[in-house]
Every structure is written in structure tokens, then in C-alpha cells.
Design a binder for this molecule. Structure first.
Ligand SMILES: [Zn+2]
Length: 158
């Protein structure tokens, strides 16, 4: 979570200092796409009052709730089982509003489960569409897709 030093940290919207009695709205680093209009609010703190007055924060608040719900418990969305070994942990970034991709945004799973996931080739195709649409930072998305494609090749030889 972003660091808040009472009486020192400034609000990301109005640039004024956040006082110790001020209600705070904190945004964790949850958007990886630098072309997303919400990217600049990442990992920052705001006066709750300023956040309420900003139109982007309704969506941001919804995303934070979804992020907490899907990733906090470290329970795999593929198997429903807890992920106990940190090296096995795999998480999907927020991927935007496409219905199929929205379903997997912020989801976590055990990476060993990915090779057996029948939807994975479809997801990769969706991500390729996303990449050519120009709404995503190509470099960041390409890196993520390379990670995912590794599991497709496992699938082919399983
Ligand atoms: Zn403010």
C-alpha cells in the first residue's frame, strides 16, 4: 500500500498536505497498463473528499474492491485451492472491460494449473487482439503474454 506520513504526504489530486484527521482514500499499485487513464492514480493517497469529487474514482473504488476480493485470500480461481508455495503464485493484471478478460482480471492461481486450463488459448487470442488495439502498453502486455505462452507449450506436450 502507498506510504502515508501524516502531515507530510500530499494528496494526489489537490496537492495539499493530508492532515492526521483527514479521511484518506488509498490506491494500491493495481494498474499495470501505463496507457490506462487510471494508471497515474496508482500507489498514491488522496483526501477522501477529493476522491469523491473525482469522476474516475468511482471506477477505481470498484476495482480496489475487486482486487481485494480476488487476490487477498491467495485462493486459486481455477481450482479453489489455496496457493501455499510463493513460487507457484501467478496473478492476472487488470485487463480492462472486455467481459471475458474482466472475469480474469486480478485473479490468482497456482501456475501449475495454467497448462491444464482449457480457456488459456482463447485468453491468449483475446490478449493478442488487445495488443493490436493500441489501448495497452505493448511492452508490458507482451511480457505478460510471453509468461502465459510458456504454459500453452506445456499444454501441447502434456
Ligand atoms: Zn486533496
Amino acid at each position: 500500500m502507498p506510504l502515508l506520513i501524516s502531515g507530510k504526504t500530499t494528496c494526489g489530486l489537490c496537492s495539499k498536505i493530508i492532515g492526521k484527521d483527514d479521511e484518506v482514500f488509498a490506491v494500491p499499485p493495481l494498474i499495470y497498463n501505463s496507457l490506462d487513464p487510471l494508471f497515474n492514480y496508482n500507489d498514491s493517497v488522496f483526501h477522501a473528499k477529493c476522491a469523491k469529487e473525482n469522476v474516475d474514482f468511482k471506477k477505481l473504488a470498484q476495482l480496489i474492491v475487486l482486487w481485494e476480493k480476488r487476490s487477498a485470500g491467495k485462493i486459486s480461481f481455477l481450482s479453489g485451492k489455496p496457493i501455499t508455495i510463493p513460487e507457484d503464485f501467478f496473478s492476472f493484471p487488470y485487463l480492462g472491460d472486455d467481459p471475458q478478460l474482466a472475469k480474469i482480471s486480478f485473479q490468482v492461481c497456482n501456475k501449475h494449473e495454467l497448462s491444464k486450463w482449457p480457456e488459456l488459448p482463447n485468453i491468449i487470442r483475446k490478449l493478442e487482439d488487445l495488443q493490436s488495439s493500441g489501448v495497452w502498453n505493448r511492452e508490458v502486455l507482451a511480457k505478460f503474454m510471453t509468461e502465459l505462452r510458456i504454459f500453452i507449450s506445456y499444454h501441447a506436450f502434456a
